[in-house]
Design a protein around this ligand. Structure first.
Ligand code: GDP
Ligand code: MG
Length: 595
């Protein structure tokens, strides 16, 4: 295939608007995969089980198909992009290997928050955008209204919009034709030195690390020795790839960290100037993962290591807690990413784990101008020390956009205000001349910590599911934050420390102390439970003493029974964690951390 018959494209859409379904139809229509007899289709591109269950794709996948049009076979490379806000950075990375994108909008739901954000990324990258109205088979579809909404929102020509049903296949042929007619062929020279852009990597149990590359120039031949501009490592190519093509190179790299995303590869002895790379993905949500049974730690650590081979955006460090024992502190792109990882650990590695409350990376600014990031609340300084050298605490903030029908606007404002949102701004979402249903786009700057917990659930709950939400990184902002520590009989429980904003300290302190009071069993003595910030007690409850003696109810003579009972009690002790003088059953922790 010469570059002029190659098309590299991607499908971009808000979640559930039909990306995977359309991908399957395109693959079927081109004969790349067999048509399924039953109506139930297993989606080809969503490889991982959990991700399929949740309808998201966290990892980019590529599928190539051949389609004859205008009398010539064309090679179409479909580069899949993840469909969730957590993976915004991956979307932009995948799009870098494309010249065009299909922008899919559900004809019954209309333009949603992510439709807009992915459109902007594609536009910034100079891609040719083919607007596609999907699900026109649905009774609730409003093709004319949504088409005018797309025209107004994206500034596109109404006649450019294709109306299809990815489910029934109606109009999909026209999509293939549009890909060939409208998307430009990649610009590349086949007689130039090999220049390949590494845009993703996968881990395969049998073949090791697989790099996903886009050949910019030159022809890569099987057996060619290739080198990386970044790591200077040399590999041998296993496939023939021509300019403009997108393909996999299975090199014998053992660790995915050896494949640098954004790297430029070239043939050994024929150096090329590296292309502008990418910034590495940033972990924005951290949590501790501990085995329920402390002796399982080596197994857990091994499972985590193996999983991170397939998902390099997860960062791992060891963490030990006096309450939960040895564990790992993991960094994720977002909370959904965290859920996916946790579920994969449980499903694929059968791990029995407890995960601590998620925290975001806070930034400490010192007197001498130095900065430090804190990803574990335990490491946050207490500000009552007179020698404190920290002059400022900053927290990550995001620019959030929420699209919501007008009638829910008030509830959304209230929710945002309660989460410390600032710079609130709103306008009507342009929907053409016959706007029958008015929707508002609300934008604000909001602390990331306020959205990593239950923000999304609240948003959906308060809008009967109608609100859509997206956000982008907006840097760091100075904030009045403190570390809250919980004391049992005067001793801190490290795994429970958390960072709170001053405005929320009383409510947070009170509710956690109440919760602890409820789950901690009575001890032989009175146990004060306190929430403190520095030396200041924010909230306090007292757990009354319990003098029950397990052997008290047994008759003196039944020695054996008494012994058995004592032994049982000993067994029970094993599961107890001792915090100072207080014995805590591990289950109590799980109850607390389960939220
Ligand atoms: P993705 O999240 O964008 O990948 O969306 P999916 O392809 O997983 O589709 C989400 C849901 O919409 C699935 O239940 C699909 O069966 C359904 N769907 C996709 N396209 C159509 C369509 O054209 N018509 C109808 N009625 N349903 C569709
Ligand atoms: Mg999908």
């Amino acid at each position: 295939f010469t570059p002029d018959v190659i098309r590299n494209f991607s499908i971009i859409a808000h979640i559930d608007h039909g990306k995977s379904t359309l991908a399957d139809r395109l693959l079927e229509l081109t004969g790349t995969i067999k048509k399924k007899e039953s109506g139930k289709n297993e989606q080809v591109l969503d490889k991982l089980k959990v991700e399929r269950e949740r309808g998201i794709t966290g990892k980019a996948q590529t599928a190539s198909m051949v389609h004859v049009a205008n009398g010539k076979p064309h090679l179409l490379n479909l580069i899949d992009t993840p469909g969730h806000v957590d993976f915004a950075w991956e979307v932009s990375r995948s799009l870098a290997a494309c010249q065009g994108a299909l922008l899919l909008v559900d004809a019954s739901q209309g333009v949603q928050a992510q439709s807009i954000s992915v459109f902007h990324v594609a536009q910034e990258r100079g891609l040719t955008i083919i607007p596609v109205l999907n699900k026109i088979d649905l009774p609730a579809a409003q093709p004319e209204l949504i088409a005018s909404q797309m025209t107004a929102t994206f500034g596109i020509n109404p006649e450019d919009i294709l109306a299809i049903s990815a489910k029934t296949g109606k109009g999909v042929e026209a999509v293939l034709q549009a890909i060939i007619d409208r998307i430009p062929a990649p610009q590349c020279k086949d007689d130039a030195p090999v220049k390949a852009f590494l845009f993703d990597s996968l881990y395969d149990r049998y073949r090791g690390v697989i790099s996903l590359v886009n050949i910019q120039d030159g022809i890569l031949r099987k057996g060619d020795k290739i080198a990386s501009c970044h790591t200077r490592k040399k590999e041998e190519a296993t496939d023939i790839l021509c300019p403009g093509q997108v393909g996999y190179i299975a090199c014998n790299m053992k660790e995915s960290s050896e494949a640098h995303i954004g790297d430029t590869l070239h043939r050994v002895g024929e150096p090329v100037p590296p292309m502008p790379g990418f910034k590495p993905s940033k972990a924005m949500v951290y949590a501790g993962i501990f085995p329920i049974d402390t002796s399982d730690f080596p197994k857990l650590e091994e499972s985590i290591k193996r999983l991170t081979l397939t998902d390099r955006s997860v960062t791992v460090t060891r963490e030990s807690s006096s309450a939960l024992g040895q564990g790992c502190r993991l960094g994720f792109l977002g909370t959904l990413h965290m859920d996916v990882f946790r579920q994969r650990l449980e499903d694929e590695y059968d791990a029995n784990i407890i995960i601590t409350a998620p925290t975001v990376p806070y930034k400490l600014v010192y007197k001498d101008g130095k900065e430090k990031f804190i990803s574990n609340p335990t490491d946050f300084p207490d500000f009552n020390e007179s020698s404190i050298r920290v002059t400022e605490v900053q927290e990550p903030v995001v620019k959030a956009s929420i699209i919501v029908p007008e009638e829910y606007f008030g509830d959304m404002m209230e929710l945002c205000y309660s989460r410390r949102a600032e710079e609130l701004d709103h306008r009507y979402l342009s929907s053409g001349p016959d706007a029958s249903s008015s929707r508002i786009i609300l934008t604000c700057v909001i602390p990331l910590s306020e959205i990593v917990t239950d923000f999304f659930d609240q948003l959906k709950g308060r809008s009967s599911g109608f609100a859509s939400f997206d956000y982008e990184d907006a840097g760091y902002q100075k904030s009045d934050l403190r570390k809250m520590v919980f004391l049992l009989n005067g001793k801190p429980v490290d795994a429970l420390a958390l960072i709170v904003h001053r405005s929320a300290q009383d409510t947070v302190g009170k509710s956690w102390v109440k919760k602890l009071h409820k789950v901690i069993p009575r001890q032989l003595f009175e146990v004060p439970i306190q929430a403190v910030i520095g030396k200041q007690v924010i909230s306090r409850e007292t757990l009354p003493a319990n003098r029950a003696d397990v052997t008290a109810g047994l008759y003196g003579g039944h020695y054996e029974r008494k012994l058995k009972h004592l032994n049982n009690q000993k067994e029970g002790k094993k599961r107890l964690k001792r915090i100072g003088t207080v014995d805590l059953p591990q289950e109590a922790f799980f109850d607390i951390l389960k939220r």
